[in-house]
Write a protein that binds this ligand. Structure first.
Ligand SMILES: Cc1cc2nc3c(=O)[nH]c(=O)nc-3n(C[C@H](O)[C@H](O)[C@H](O)COP(=O)(O)OP(=O)(O)OC[C@H]3O[C@@H](n4cnc5c(N)ncnc54)[C@H](O)[C@@H]3O)c2cc1C
Length: 567
């Protein structure tokens, strides 16, 4: 009889080779307690009280059966039934069970409601950390979850309309049935702004709204028109922009009317998207669909911006989540895979790449957690309100835009198998290009930065005050801040062309300075030093894996290693 070693060495008859030097799937790790940047961020920014519940959710997110839901929900994509088999209009989307399972889990965890039902210091931080981990499992279903979460401040601008929906929005549970709200305990909320002729410029909206009886806030209007993008069309109610005689206005349009009949909101088709596959995004028409006016006529943009600023915040966390999911998998892979006689994780150049990717994530995570704190405090703290106003646009632009290159580089760490559809990597890459575009594309964010500074110069003072807290911690950062300050002082409001032309250049620097300042203040020295040396020093930073000599790359990579518990 052959020994196990001999069996391994000798292929059985008919077999061509032995499988060795390959990695395994990453699962059964706690997404929270193995992630130093997240763990420290939560504790630092006011969420220490939630560490237990975040850790419990992090454990769930790492289970193999939970991670599998993400694969299934994206493999078996949603399908639209405009009519039932008898010819009745139904406008119903069928999803795979995995999508429903993820929705149920997210909503039961309060990812859509926690800061509203338990508004204490750190509530946005704790909820943000959990939503961030869930996005690593699957990003598509995060769209309706985040829209439901973000809709609450907009609804509250019209209390009598909020009273119809709010308790069902905030309840922890999921009811996917296509039935009137009266028959449901739990509901979800979508958002419709973009039309064929204009997405960024919603003032170009052509959908018209006319009063059913009386005009005015809280009254019912009838909408005729369309939306070119309306994601998660199975939501129970949508905040929709449409024109009245006073201009763009915001309406709460339900799927079903209070009398139990179907609202005239027809789903025309589902988008064939390259990413965010599990989430249905649709084109719709309003054929006299009815909805309540939220806020005054003509005040639609300020009304819905309450919602949009929160979805922008979630885009930051979701893109940081894509970075973290890719990195955890890549480190797991590189610890198992060898080339040229050594494990990839021990090869100096791969160490440089992985550490650099972790630095990108560290900056993104520190930024996102700081914004969560600003959201927690902004109602009672002017500095935090000003910071949230400006830095959300900076962060949405920067973090979302950094993710595609990060996701691509992760694929290259894996090699050829990194682009195979039976791995997580193509999905992460496809998701990474969506976040920069929706909820205000890159240029729109940069223009928003200019608008915010122009309208309320105090936002720039708040941003600067935050940067200055890091002064003295790193000489490279100090020089960088001096240069940035020079640029701020030379801003010429009269030169709008010049300001717009160079807006990305300025916002790039603002983002880097903000991330660097947080890492210099709070992260271990190895992280802050490597971030500043690679990204702020004069030599530039063109591709990942270009960290200068002398960086403690092993310490940086260990912070990301999903096999090492940090708590
Ligand atoms: C998967 C997916 C789901 C979506 N779901 C929804 C949804 O549920 N609800 C919804 O309302 N929308 C949704 N959208 C639409 C999305 O918000 C818009 O696509 C986005 O806002 C851009 O609008 P647009 O496509 O009309 O592009 P445009 O507005 O035409 O913009 C094109 C480009 O021009 C740039 N640009 C615009 N103005 C300027 C300027 N003044 N100076 C310089 N550059 C400028 C923009 O940054 C952008 O890069 C979704 C999009 C995607 C991809």
């Amino acid at each position: 009889m052959k020994t196990a070693k001999e069996l391994q060495a000798t292929p059985i008859a008919g077999e061509t080779h032995q499988v060795h030097n390959v990695a395994s799937d990453l699962h059964s790790y706690n997404l929270f307690t193995t992630d130093a940047a997240l763990l420290e961020g939560v504790k630092r920014e006011g969420g220490e009280w939630g560490v237990g519940e975040i850790a419990a959710f992090g454990e769930k997110c790492g289970k193999p059966e939970y991670l599998e839901l993400g694969f299934l929900a994206n493999k078996y994509t949603p399908e639209l039934d405009t009519h039932d088999r008898f010819g009745n209009r139904v406008d119903s989307v069928r999803y795979h069970g995995a999508y429903h399972a993820l929705m149920k889990s997210a909503l039961e965890e309060g990812l859509h409601s926690q800061p509203w039902t338990n508004p204490r210091e750190g509530a946005h931080v704790v909820r943000g950390a959990k939503a961030f981990m869930q996005s690593q499992v699957e990003a598509g279903h995060g769209c309706p979850v985040t829209m439901t979460f973000a809709s609450v401040p907009s609804f509250r601008l019209q209390p009598e309309v909020a009273a119809i929906f709010e308790s069902k929005i905030l309840s922890r549970g999921y009811d996917p049935r296509n039935v009137p709200i009266d028959e449901k305990q739990f509901i979800t909320v979508g958002m419709g702004m973009t039309e064929k002729q204009g997405g960024s410029d919603v003032r170009a909206n052509s959908t018209m709204a006319t009063p059913v009886n009386q005009p005015g806030a809280g009254q019912m209007y009838s909408l005729v028109g369309h939306k070119w993008f309306l994601s998660a069309p199975m939501c129970d109610v949508f905040l929709i922009l449409a024109q009245t005689t006073a201009g763009v206005s915001c309406f709460a349009v339900p799927r079903w009317l209070p009398d139990g009949t179907k609202n005239a909101l027809n789903v025309i088709r589902l988008k064939d998207k390259m990413g965010n596959k599990s989430n249905a995004s649709s084109e719709v028409e309003f054929r006299g669909a009815q909805g309540w006016l939220i806020g005054d006529e003509g005040r639609g943009v300020p009304t819905i911006i309450e919602m949009v600023s929160l979805t922008r915040f979630d885009c930051m966390g979701a893109s940081a989540g894509l970075m973290r999911a890719g990195l955890a998998n890549a480190i797991h892979h590189c610890k198992q895979r060898a080339a040229f006689g050594a494990k990839l994780i021990d090869q100096p150049l791969m160490q440089n790449v992985l550490a650099d990717l972790q630095l990108e994530y560290e900056g993104a995570m520190a930024f996102s957690m700081r914004m969560a704190r600003a959201l927690d405090l902004k109602d009672n703290d002017e500095h935090e309100a000003n910071l949230a106003r400006l830095a959300t646009a900076v962060g949405k632009y920067w973090i979302c835009k950094r993710a595609p290159q990060h996701s691509y580089e992760i694929m290259e760490c894996i090699g050829g198998s990194g682009v195979m559809e039976n791995s997580i990597y193509p999905r992460l890459f496809r998701e990474s290009v969506i976040n920069p575009i929706w909820e205000g594309s890159g240029n729109v964010q940069c223009l928003d930065v200019l608008r915010a500074i122009g309208k309320t110069p105090a936002v720039l003072m708040a941003f600067n005050a935050e940067l200055n807290k890091a002064r003295g911690g790193n000489a490279i950062l100090d020089t960088y801040l001096n240069n940035l300050n020079q640029q701020f002082m030379q801003l010429n409001p009269a030169d709008m062309h010049g300001l717009q032309y160079s807006a990305r250049t300025m916002v790039d620097q603002m983002a880097l300075a903000f991330e660097a300042s947080l890492l210099v203040r709070h992260a271990p020295a190895a992280v802050g030093e490597a971030f500043c040396s690679s990204r702020l020093a004069a030599q530039g930073h063109h591709n990942y894996g270009a960290l200068p000599k002398g960086m403690n790359v092993k310490a940086i990579i260990e912070r990301a290693d999903p096999a090492i518990e940090k708590a």
